[in-house]
Write a protein that binds this ligand. Structure first.
Ligand code: URA
Length: 211
């Protein structure tokens, strides 16, 4: 299932991220904000628990989200600022890490670090700013689904139609702020956001556009 978060306020944040003049420190803040703002829109089956609390007007029973049932899995390194935004929404969630690198020649992805908590029965949210060819996401999903989570969500800032198509029959809820036009020959999303890892963690904009 694919969900496009068709919202002008989210798109406005994304378009600031797309601007190649936005410096790394602002980019990280925009990515964090956009993740916090989007998370409530992408989670449709949130586990809740009724609890009695004392309000200034007396004792009442209200619904609370069981934050401990969530596990956020940022794909290193570009997913890290998304993790900060997600943890702002659910402070008690657990966190797992998957580091996946894409070979720039073959465009094949491989895992070089994996550290995941217990996932059985959990709601797992994979955080990766781009869903490009889908190679990285396929690897991440295979690793995560082996561990019997209750539900798996993925959240992206931009996705390509090719990437989304790859998961048509998968048991996963994919959300993106934008479904962009496609991929260039180097596997970058067009118009996309460029090389997100480099842009997020280095304040030097590339001297020439990547296209
Ligand atoms: N990785 C990136 O950094 N950007 C893309 O568009 C695709 C993969």
């Amino acid at each position: 299932m694919i969900r496009i978060l068709d919202n002008p306020i989210l798109r406005n944040k994304l378009n600031r991220i797309r601007d190649r003049r936005t410096p790394a420190h602002e980019l990280r803040q925009h990515v964090e904000d956009l993740t916090s703002m989007s998370l409530p829109l992408i989670l449709d089956s949130v586990p809740t628990r009724s609890m009695q609390i004392e309000t200034p007007m007396g004792e009442y029973v209200f619904e609370f989200v069981i934050e401990e049932d969530f596990v956020f899995v940022p794909i290193l390194r570009a997913g890290l600022p998304m993790l900060n935004g997600a943890l702002r929404v659910f402070q008690k969630a657990s966190v797992g890490f998957l580091a996946i690198r894409r070979d720039e020649e073959t465009l094949k992805s491989h895992v070089y670090y994996s550290r995941l908590p217990h996932l059985e029965g959990k709601h797992v949210v994979i955080l990766d700013p781009m869903l490009a060819t889908g190679g990285t996401l396929e690897l991440a999903l295979k690793i995560i689904m082996e561990k019997n989570p209750k539900k798996v969500y993925t959240f992206h800032l931009v996705a390509s139609p090719e990437g989304v198509e790859r998961f048509k029959y998968w048991e996963v809820s994919i959300s993106t702020v934008s479904l962009d036009d496609g991929l260039n020959t180097k596997g970058y999303i067009v118009p996309g956001v460029g090389d997100m890892g480099d842009r997020l963690f280095s304040d030097c904009p590339p001297s020439t556009p990547l296209g």
